[in-house]
Design a protein around this ligand. Structure first.
Ligand code: NAD
Length: 481
């Protein structure tokens, strides 16, 4: 695998590699090079040089490359889906969602002439007018996680590049294959060399991007400790940073919810992508008499799920990304048992190949338990009984994370209270995975997000451009017209 710098596929200067493993089969399917600081220097130099000409290309011409890319992505849709499933393990249907959501970002960024438009106002004082324009800033970078190999990079670069910036992407070293394919399509779409650059690697590349003086801003998605590190390092070097971190997502079920559909929705949220979504539900807070019905139905539904290789069309839930992650999740389940929770469905037994964990249901969860506080990132349903909506909201707001939360109810008044009081920044009302579309902003609060300006949609323009205000007065001092 090579880096893509200034329109060329070039060898990484790094000598070390990381195995890219299909988690369903344990087969090593590629080796990802771990790039060096010098790889980053070369990419930044290319992007900085290209910025001088790219920013002068009119926006309507810049987006023609995105229109071409959209067509190419559609033509190669199935191939990208297969790659996502191979490197990540998720089911074909989930990979389709991964690629489709990515393409939607490209579609939205095609509207940059409207998104990037500024403001103007005449006669701010007598005879004086004011205009505020948005200007691109230079080189931006994104560092992305393993769990949405195709989609997450698209949250950032189409908006940045359409706005006239140049870009460097460092995808997760665990799932680089779909991005290699996407960069081949980027090349075919005819972006001028140096507009889009790819540097493969791990933390050396991350740290070099966060400290290089020519990088104007960094977009990050990953776990909270790394998000904090990236936020601190890049902002201490004077950069704009948006760092999206981990999550602990709660789902509140009131007794007036439609329990059948609620259980299906909650289970899909918790075990979809084997629980490896930043918007995955984790703890169900069932209020009063909703508890027993939810418990009985969710155990039945979870035990019926077909677990296996995501490439098999019958599979409903694929593997976990690595053996280490399986062990970490098993450790969390064990900690819950030791702290007094009851395992109603135990998915820890797996004898075949692959890094699998079947859906697991644990009841009797209390706020002090480790599993109630830490991100599980696996297919574990945690169930707790609470007395009221107030108690549920207080529990949610005591969490250090605040990515998303959902409420299931038929009551508008309860829904309003929840929207008003719950701390997470992405809420679902009878929705299990409240993922904002490409034309809305995306990002959590508290330890789930470090920065000010969130990802994609119109928020991306605040991140990827700087505003410049010009105030003008033109005195009529000549009589020639
Ligand atoms: P991760 O933090 O391990 O890795 C993310 C990126 O950081 C990768 O590109 C990796 O190479 C780099 N990295 C890892 N360790 C580093 C270090 N010590 N120093 C510098 N860089 C480092 O995350 P992951 O396991 O790939 O992804 C899962 C996490 O991402 C979960 O916590 C999940 O909640 C989170 N996530 C959040 C969102 C969101 O929108 N908030 C979306 C997707 C995933």
């Amino acid at each position: 695998m090579k880096n893509y710098i200034l329109g060329h596929w070039v060898d990484s200067l790094g000598k070390e590699t990381v195995d890219v493993i299909n988690p369903a089969t344990e087969a090593v399917i590629a080796k990802c090079p771990l790039g060096t600081e010098e790889d980053v220097n070369r990419a930044v130099q290319a992007a900085a040089e290209t910025f001088k000409t790219w920013r002068k290309v009119p926006a309507i011409d810049r987006v023609q490359h995105l229109f071409k890319l959209k067509t190419l992505l559609e033509e190669h849709f199935d191939e990208l889906v297969q790659l996502c499933t191979q490197e990540h393990g998720k089911t074909i249907a989930e990979s389709k969602g991964d690629v489709r959501r990515g393409i939607q970002m490209v579609e939205t960024a095609c509207g940059i002439p409207t998104l990037m438009m500024g403001q103007s106002f005449e006669d701010i004082a007598a005879g004086i007018d004011c205009q505020a324009i948005r200007q691109p800033m230079g080189v931006f970078a994104a560092i992305t996680p393993f769990n949405f190999p195709a989609m997450v990079p698209f949250w950032f670069w189409p908006f940045a590049v359409a706005a006239g910036n140049t870009f460097i992407l460092k995808p997760s070293e665990r799932v680089p294959l779909s991005q290699i394919k996407i960069f081949e399509l980027i090349e075919k779409a005819g972006f001028p060399p140096g507009v889009m650059n790819l540097v493969l690697g791990g933390k050396t590349v991350v740290n070099a991007l966060c400290s290089h003086p020519e990088v104007k801003g960094v977009s990050f998605v990953g776990s909270t400790p790394v998000a904090k590190h990236v936020y601190q390092l890049a902002s201490s070097h004077g950069k704009r940073v948006q760092a999206l971190g981990g999550a602990k997502n709660f789902m509140v079920v009131l007794p007036d919810a439609t329990i059948d559909t609620t259980v299906k929705t909650c289970l899909e949220s918790i075990v979809g992508c084997a629980g490896q979504r930043c918007l995955a539900g984790s703890v169900i807070l069932a209020v009063g008499k909703a508890h027993d019905e939810v418990r009985d139905q969710i155990v039945r539904a979870a035990s019926d799920m077909i677990v296996g290789d995501g490439a098999d069309p019958r599979t409903q839930m694929g593997p976990i990304i690595s053996k280490a992650s399986v062990e970490r999740i098993k450790g969390l389940i064990q900690s819950a048992v030791e702290e007094g929770a009851q395992v109603l469905l135990d998915g820890r037994e797996w004898t075949g190949k692959g890094f699998f964990l079947k859906p697991t249901v644990i009841a009797g969860i209390k706020p002090h338990m480790r599993i109630a506080k830490e991100e599980v990132f696996g297919p574990v349903v945690c169930l707790a009984e609470v007395k009221s909506l107030n108690e549920a909201i207080a529990w949610i707001n005591s969490s250090s994370f605040a990515n998303t939360a959902s409420l299931f109810t038929g009551s508008g008044a309860a829904a309003r209270q929840f929207s008003y009081e719950a701390a997470p920044a992405m809420l679902g009302l009878n929705i299990g995975v409240p993922a904002p579309m490409s034309f809305f902003s995306f990002g959590g609060a508290k330890d789930s997000f470090f920065g000010d300006v969130k990802a994609h949609g119109s928020a991306s323009m605040m991140f990827y451009t700087d505003t410049k205000v010009t105030i003008s007065r033109w005195n009529k001092n000549s009589n020639i017209w």
